[in-house]
Design a protein around this ligand. Structure first.
Ligand SMILES: Nc1ncnc2c1ncn2[C@@H]1O[C@H](COP(=O)(O)OP(=O)(O)OP(=O)(O)O)[C@@H](O)[C@H]1O
Ligand SMILES: [Mg+2]
Length: 484
């Protein structure tokens, strides 16, 4: 392959950004100090100190490029902040380290094989930082002169640009004229023009023109008029992931697939070529590999084939750090009859570092509730916060967090500014938590359909069906009993 292109980048970043808003939007980092000790409440994180510290150590190692090809498991009961910690790690790593998030069930729902989905996720998590030398013209615009023909179809123009030492007039083609007017370039702007692509960008306004206009937007940036030569070579770097390079160079897909998110399967030969090319660039000093992080949430949802793929993929040369999270204890490994801790095969467990999250104390629950209330822009009065905290302790943190949203709706219904105990009580009655739902099932479970009574939608023994229809006929059964 003669050339491998690496542009068309922003798109996949925006996809990642979208995933980050929502129930973890209050998390802005791990909240650690310089020596990696967690502050109790900082950057949207509360408590869970030892897990956060461990996460901080990992972030540090990733930043120093020491830890690619390893795996971490964050294990703990539901809603103890596993996903939140992973989000915090992504934030702490910053935009220069690729961070990919994968929900295990996505591996099964995409229109591609499981291993292809995992391969793509692995390659999304490896960044290639590419250095390029570009020839640019940088200077202050002295004059823009555009002549339109009578019909307006053709345009010609001249652009005068200067530095403190020299001044040159450039002839403008149609494309340049369009981009000048798009960027609203006028005399006094300091611009940078990429000579090969013709792309023009505004660096700011020249200081010498600061007094020319009294009405200027407050966001105007003033810069010095450049010195020396107008034309210069400039080193620019940009970052793309291996997956992006795959997609851009995959002839059947093309880079438009990046926008659609529908990339299909990519041929292994293409990947081999790209790996070889990237290796070459690396030797020539044109590119660096930046191993990032692949976060696989709910990892117990993967099956034994996926696990063995991960096992092998971790050993390849281009492997990211893999972080997994699971809330399962002893669980059957999907695709086998064996039970194993966290639903993961022992041989994989043996290679991972395990970070534990523990259930929260009431004070932590209270602080998290407060953070979320701030984030959702609702006020809660003291007594209601007390009740919510107690609910959080007895049911689950997540249930209490959900009551904030619903209670704020209730408060708004009665045109109040803040949530009071009544609102919380009303929602507590309207929406049951897992415990109460289980209790209800224990009492009235017989009236529901039971899975074991049905095999592929057909009653295993006719009697279950008969009793269901008679119950429905009597008009006492819950809605769940209506069948087609
Ligand atoms: N230490 C924390 N600081 C701030 N917010 C937290 C903390 N722990 C959890 N949260 C918030 O509580 C909610 C539940 O946490 P999270 O989703 O991270 O739990 P989880 O451990 O991933 O649970 P599951 O096993 O069910 O996936 C989220 O909205 C999360 O942002
Ligand atoms: Mg989670």
């Amino acid at each position: 392959m003669a050339s491998i292109s690496t542009t068309a980048k922003e798109t996949s970043k925006t996809i990642q950004m979208l995933e980050r808003i929502g129930s973890h939007s209050h998390v802005k980092g791990l909240g650690l100090d310089e020596s990696l000790n967690p502050r109790h409440t900082s950057q949207g994180m509360v408590g869970q100190t030892s897990a956060r510290k461990a996460a901080g150590v990992i972030v540090k190692m990733v930043q120093e490029g020491k830890i690619a090809g390893r795996a971490i498991l964050i294990a703990g009961p539901p809603s103890t902040g596993k996903t939140a910690i992973a989000m915090g790690m992504a934030q702490a790593l910053g935009p220069d380290v690729p961070f990919t998030m994968l929900s295990s069930s996505e591996v099964f729902s995409l229109e591609m094989s499981k291993t292809e989905a995992l391969t793509q996720a692995f390659r999304r998590s490896i960044g290639v930082r590419i250095k390029e030398e570009k020839e640019v013209v940088e200077g202050e615009v002295v004059e823009v002169q555009i002549d339109r023909s009578l019909t307006g179809a053709t345009k010609t123009g001249k652009l005068t640009v200067k530095t403190t030492d020299m001044e040159t007039i450039y002839d403008l083609g149609n494309k340049m004229i369009d981009s000048l007017s798009r960027e609203k370039i006028s005399a006094g702007d300091v611009v940078s023009i990429d000579k090969s692509s013709g792309r023009i960008s505004k660096l700011g306004r020249s200081f010498t023109r600061a007094r020319d206009y009294d009405a200027m937007g407050s966001d105007t940036r003033f810069v010095q008029c450049p010195e020396g030569e107008l034309q210069r070579r400039k080193e620019v770097t940009h970052m793309v992931s291996l997956h992006e390079i795959d997609v851009i160079n995959s002839r059947t897909q093309g880079f438009l697939a990046l926008f659609a998110g529908d990339t299909g399967e990519i041929k292994p030969e293409l990947r081999d070529q790209i790996n070889a090319k990237v290796g070459e660039w690396r030797e020539e000093g044109k590119a660096d590999i930046v191993p990032g992080v692949l976060f696989i949430d709910e990892v117990h949802m993967l099956d034994v084939e996926c696990f063995s793929f991960i096992n092998r993929a971790l050993e390849t040369e281009l492997a990211p750090l893999v972080i997994m999270a699971s809330n399962r204890g002893m669980t059957r490994i999907r695709g086998t009859r064996y039970k194993s801790p966290h639903g993961m095969p022992i041989d994989l467990l043996d290679r991972v570092l395990i970070v534990q999250t523990k259930p929260y104390e009431l004070t932590d629950i209270r602080a998290i509730l407060q953070l979320r209330a701030q984030e959702e822009d609702v006020t809660i009065d003291e007594a209601a916060l007390e009740v919510l905290t107690r609910i959080g302790g007895e049911t689950s943190l997540r249930y209490a967090l959900q009551l904030i949203t619903t209670s704020s709706l209730a408060a708004r219904r009665r045109k109040a500014d803040s949530i009071d105990v009544q609102d919380v009580r009303r929602c507590y009655g309207l929406f049951v938590d897992e415990k109460r739902s289980t209790q209800f099932l224990a009492q009235y479970g017989k009236e529901y359909l039971q899975e074991e009574d049905y095999v592929d939608g057909i009653p295993a023994n006719g009697s279950a069906d008969v009793s269901a229809t008679t119950a429905a006929g009597a008009g006492t059964a819950p809605m769940e009993l209506t069948m087609s």
